[in-house]
Design a protein around this ligand. Structure first.
Ligand SMILES: Cc1cc2nc3c(=O)[nH]c(=O)nc-3n(C[C@H](O)[C@H](O)[C@H](O)COP(=O)(O)OP(=O)(O)OC[C@H]3O[C@@H](n4cnc5c(N)ncnc54)[C@H](O)[C@@H]3O)c2cc1C
Length: 563
């Protein structure tokens, strides 16, 4: 499994449950991927902030809603009220607000009619959604006065947020191809953040952190995945890395991915959304709302802090998160965090000072940089001009005759760009892997999943010569010196009882036993000793002959003992 985001974690859980032996290789030092909750604190206040995926967008039929119920987590409905403020802090006139909203929806309807006609006439022509909307706006003279124009731009910023990209990049023909599948019901937050999901999903799974996959080789005899100087062999691999990572080409596939897949990776868009999370000494914006918006005159910066989420009721403290979408999200990554926080505070002061409310300095503020993140290179996928929903399906196709599988939000045509889309794609691929294993008639039988060889080795390790943490070792019974070879065994994760092995000197076993903690031992084993762990099948001839000698000596010993 490559990647411990929602897709990878869910697929791994399913596969372990079905009796497969699974390891997850994760480049980061934590699970969750684009779902990241961080505790912010200072001056006696603290709160849990979601820097990535946050809102459960529609609770009806959402697997995360089911998971929340199973975990006994309460859901907090994001309230619909979203007051909008003009740059000088005045509230937007509700009448103008609803008039512009109606006009905006009408513009979208007109674009829909146009695309219907275009699809019927000339099947493959596409233009940016932004271009079409602006053309209709001019023709129908929509939002010509300053306040109306700012409001229209706010709605456009909201679309740029939902799609994580500029209107000029979105496909007019297919940008909303997933609309028919939208989950109904309330939008919700999980109190304490989505980390609770991550923790529950990652529990007991064999995850190797800090293992950035560089190469995936696949062929008729299986797969070999290289990560940080180690090679992992398996029957199949599931790749769940973000589309941004696939676009960047950070993972080399040997043989190369089929052209059809490479074209889909190129066509589909991967956009950017950023956040500024600010923990304040107290809530100055009021407790009865979850969102409020801010309008700007500068069209190119319409997405900069256009929407604020209040997490006061769910995060444990007075936390405000400002969103940065569209062009502003790109510029934001080039700005210093100090400058960015100053700009948000200026906006908040413009809104609240005229009401006689003093905006305090935040006790802590964090600016996300999803575009610069080497394990994502952006936030989530969108349908770019020239692409379509079919590209999500192509991204989901397995390659190498059922050796390399793909999951993740960008493989979900129905629910792209969401946490539940990632979750469901993991379930889908676990089922596909099972189907393929069955077709190869190598279904792991949970009751008899160990081979005779595994059983024999397991019996030897019931009486190890040395055991510490998840490590145990068998010494060479014929030699007693420190340079003699030993068979080291490491238990990975809790579920699934996965064991990996290495042949190392007795001296190194002793050295390892003197190190505190499994994580440090693994680090020393990999970095200092340069040792790679392998599965039972990957053991060298020397290791097999050592196992043979140990078996023989134990047998002789048992024979003597029994006599
Ligand atoms: C700012 C932001 C806000 C969002 N808001 C919402 C929201 O409100 N609601 C919602 O439903 N969704 C939201 N999303 C989207 C949602 O978070 C994602 O769709 C979902 O988490 C993706 O899960 P995934 O498993 O597909 O990918 P990821 O979570 O990205 O998991 C992929 C994993 O692969 C790892 N990886 C990458 N490269 C390598 C490599 N070479 N070797 C090993 N490991 C590697 C990564 O570190 C990562 O852990 C948001 C996302 C962002 C960034």
């Amino acid at each position: 499994m490559i990647g411990a985001g929602f897709a990878g974690l869910v697929a791994a859980r399913q596969l372990v449950f079905m009796g497969f032996k699974v390891v997850i290789l994760e480049g980061r030092t934590r699970p969750g991927g684009r779902v990241k909750t961080k505790k912010m604190s200072g001056d006696g206040v603290e709160a849990a902030a979601d820097f990535g995926g946050s809102v459960l967008t529609g609770i009806n039929g959402n697997p995360l809603g089911v998971l929340a119920r199973q975990l006994g987590l309460p859901l907090h409905k994001v309230r619909d009220i979203c007051p909008l403020y003009l740059p000088d802090g005045r509230s937007v006139d509700p009448e103008v607000d609803s008039r512009v909203e109606v006009s905006f929806n009408k513009l979208l309807e007109r674009v829909c009619k146009l695309r219907q006609a275009m699809i019927e006439e000339v099947k493959s022509v596409d233009v940016p959604l932004g271009t079409a909307l602006e053309a209709f706006r001019r023709v129908y003279k929509v939002a010509e006065d300053k306040e109306e124009r700012m409001l229209l731009n706010w709605h456009l910023a909201n679309l740029e947020y939902a799609n994580a990209t500029l209107m000029s990049n979105l496909s007019m023909a297919y940008w909303d191809q997933d609309d028919p599948y939208e989950m109904g019901g309330d939008h919700c937050f999980i109190p304490g953040g989505n980390e609770t999901f991550v923790r529950a999903l990652a529990e007991d799974l064999p995850i190797f952190y800090g293992r950035t996959v560089e190469c995936v080789k696949y062929g008729s005899d299986g797969v070999a995945v290289s990560a940080g100087g180690m090679e992992f062999r398996g029957d199949m691999v599931l790749c769940t890395v973000p589309l941004g990572v696939l676009k960047k080409g950070d993972i080399e596939f040997i043989p190369e991915l089929p052209q059809r897949k490479k074209d889909a990776i190129r066509r589909l868009g991967f956009g950017l959304l950023n956040k500024v999370a600010m923990l304040f000494p107290y809530n100055f914006w009021g407790g009865d709302i979850d969102t409020f918006g801010h309008l700007t005159e500068d069209l190119s910066m319409r997405g900069e802090f256009f929407l604020f989420y209040s997490y006061s009721s769910v995060s444990g403290g007075p936390l405000l998160v400002a969103l940065v979408a569209g062009e502003a999200a790109i510029r934001f990554e080039m700005m210093s965090p100090v400058e960015s926080v100053k700009r948000v505070l200026d906006i908040l002061k413009d809104i609240f000072n005229p009401k006689g409310i003093v905006v305090p300095e935040p006790v802590q503020a964090v600016c996300t940089r999803w575009g610069k993140d080497h394990f994502a290179y952006g936030s989530y996928s969108y349908v770019a001009v020239g692409s379509s929903g079919d590209d999500y399906d192509i991204l989901a196709e397995s390659v190498g005759n059922g050796r390399v599988f793909f999951a993740g939000e960008a493989t979900s045509k129905q629910y792209p760009a969401t946490m539940h889309g990632a979750f469901l794609s993991g379930m889908r691929e676990a089922a596909n892997i099972l189907r393929m294993a069955k077709r190869r008639s190598s279904i792991p039988d949970t009751s008899r999943s160990n081979t005779q060889e595994d059983d024999d080795l397991h019996k030897l390790f019931l009486k190890p010569d040395m055991a510490f943490g998840s490590f145990s070792a068998l010494y060479d019974p014929k030699l007693n010196d420190l340079d003699s070879s030993s068979l080291l065994r490491v238990k990975i994760g809790g579920a699934g009882n996965l064991y990996l092995y290495a042949l190392i000197s007795k001296k190194r076993v002793i050295e390892l036993s003197q190190v505190e903690g499994d994580e440090n031992r693994m680090r020393i084993l990999n970095r200092n000793f340069g040792v790679s762990l392998v599965g039972r099948k990957g053991l060298s001839g020397a290791a097999e002959s050592l196992i043979g000698s140990i078996k023989l000596s134990r047998h002789n010993f048992d024979a003597v003992d029994n006599s």
